[in-house]
Ligand binder design. Structure first.
Ligand code: C2E
Ligand code: MG
Ligand code: MG
Ligand code: MG
Length: 283
């Protein structure tokens, strides 16, 4: 009897795996069509100056409005897009869409508004990803290179590929800014941090989650902030959900905060309403 139920378990497991694989295949097949059909959209999440409360930065986050499945999270489709290389056309969409929104933000909200975009390591290693044209596209849009921040992860800093390293250097040299995303979750290395000509360090949400007065995560955040400042980087804390977290981070010198406490990622029009409101109350 035990043997039989064991076998049932196995079959159930097997069936589940097959279903998962099928779901991935379906999503992949839909991706190209989805790009053509403009099912992808950029949302914007405020990055708040912790000292002044002002918002003149935001992170652009990709969303997929699937016709039958609803909004699909990037955590689900980005890995697939990377494997299939659809990340390249998607990355181009993200860049051009961000430039459009940035033009509006700079005209209507703040002349120095800055947008961050997430750039996949795959875009750096594929010759035809289009990232080499970014400085020219910025220029054509009448935007300074520093208007866009590329968020990369720590893994990219230690990627041995020459093409990746060259392109990273070229982006920095063009004047575009760089942020190290999810800091503390990868191969954090002080040596690389010093070598990199990055402008921002983003402390990962997992450190912010458990931050409390007098605990180790607070000490860790404080050490990261001190070190980052010494290397000339500004610090953005990710995933701030409570006023207590905000206060503690402000107290240890964190420059910027991002999180549901301030705003969730919003569609362009809602984000514009949020930040336009701010500029009228500020003046
Ligand atoms: P990320 O770059 O670290 O982005 C921050 C993620 O944290 C976003 O998830 C954001 O919605 C979420 N977040 C922000 N504040 C809070 C909070 O207070 N609480 C909680 N629970 N979550 C918060 P999202 O939008 O689902 O994106 C997940 C990841 O997918 C991103 O992590 C990024 O690595 C990737 N991604 C998103 N858009 C793109 C893109 O255009 N290109 C690439 N290559 N990757 C992207
Ligand atoms: Mg990011
Ligand atoms: Mg720089
Ligand atoms: Mg992050």
């Amino acid at each position: 009897k035990a043997k039989q139920s064991g076998r049932n378990c196995f079959e159930f497991f097997n069936h589940n795996l097959r279903e998962q694989a099928q779901a991935r295949m379906d999503l992949l097949k839909n991706m190209r069509y989805g790009i053509e059909q403009k099912q992808f959209d950029l949302y914007y999440q405020a990055i708040v100056n912790l000292d002044s409360g002002h918002i003149h930065k935001a992170e652009a986050l990709l969303r997929w409005r699937h016709p039958t499945r609803g909004v699909i999270s990037p955590a689900e489709f980005i890995p697939l897009a990377e494997e299939s290389r659809y990340i390249n056309p998607l990355g181009q969409f993200v860049f051009t869409r961000a430039l459009q929104t940035l033009t509006v933000l700079r005209a209507q909200v703040d002349a120095n508004f800055q947008l961050s975009i997430n750039v996949s390591p795959v875009q750096f290693s594929c010759l035809d990803s289009g990232i080499d044209q970014w400085p020219a596209l910025l220029k054509a849009a009448n935007l300074p290179p520093s208007a866009i921040v590329s968020e990369i992860t720590e893994g990219l800093m230690i990627a041995p590929e020459q093409l990746t390293q060259q392109r990273l250097k070229a982006l920095v040299k063009s004047g575009m800014e760089l942020a190290l995303d999810d800091f503390g979750t990868g191969y954090s290395s002080l040596a690389y941090l010093q070598q990199m000509d990055a402008d921002y360090l983003k402390i990962d949400k997992c450190f912010v989650d458990n931050i409390q007065a007098d605990n180790q995560d607070l000490a860790l955040c404080k050490a990261i902030i001190t070190m980052a400042h010494q290397f000339g980087l500004k610090v953005i804390a990710e995933g701030i959900e409570t006023p207590e977290q905000q206060q503690l981070l402000l107290g240890i010198g964190c420059d910027y905060g991002q999180g549901y406490l301030f705003a969730k990622p919003l569609p362009e029009q809602e984000f514009l309403a949020l930040v336009s409101n701010q500029s009228t109350t500020a003046t």
